[in-house]
Design a protein around this ligand. Structure first.
Ligand SMILES: [Cu+2]
Length: 171
């Protein structure tokens, strides 16, 4: 019996690691940039758009900017900003999202985000979807976006329009 115990502990450890893994934030390093915890909210049936969020840390001495995002899961993948205009939350596409040297830029509900326009299938909680991010200086990095349940972001500000067809003209 005594000799079995270490093995039991190893199994317990492995089980604990497997159980914890999905909850761990995934980080990706690209030169002096770190892409922290890319995630997207699950979409309701029939939704044509979805948003993805992540944080970019720039530990370098040069400013950089996110200039492009692409994914096979949507007809187009855009960089968007949200802001209040005349009391209404609106989003628009932007050509770049700056990441100044020594700073952290959070793409989060209510602000900048990556927008999937023309989703080819719904975003389902637990799925991992591929996303390619291109920076002006650091280059390109492949990340996986973890899809979280719709209500996981309930504590975040609601984003009217996010779950509806894009409210602005799409090229
Ligand atoms: Cu958007």
């Amino acid at each position: 019996m005594q000799r079995l115990r270490p093995r039991v502990h190893v199994f317990a450890l492995i089980a604990a690691l497997l159980f914890c893994a999905p909850a761990l934030a995934r980080d990706y390093t690209l030169k002096s940039l770190t892409i922290v915890d890319p995630q997207a909210r699950a979409t309701p049936p029939g939704a044509r758009t979805g948003g993805a969020y992540l944080t970019i840390e720039n530990r370098g001495r040069d400013n950089d900017q996110l200039v492009r995002a692409s994914s096979p899961i949507a007809d187009s993948t855009e960089l968007h900003a949200m802001r209040m205009e005349g009391g209404v939350m609106r989003m628009r596409s932007v050509t770049a999202i700056g990441v100044p040297a020594g700073s952290k830029m959070a793409l989060a509900p209510g602000g900048y985000h990556v927008m999937f326009v023309g989703l080819r299938k719904p975003l389902v909680a637990g799925d991992h979807v591929p996303l390619v991010l291109t920076f002006e200086k650091a280059g390109t990095v492949d990340v996986e976006v973890v899809v979280t349940p719709l209500d996981a972001a309930a504590s975040s500000p609601r984003m009217p329009g996010m779950d509806m067809p894009a409210p602005h003209p799409v090229r």
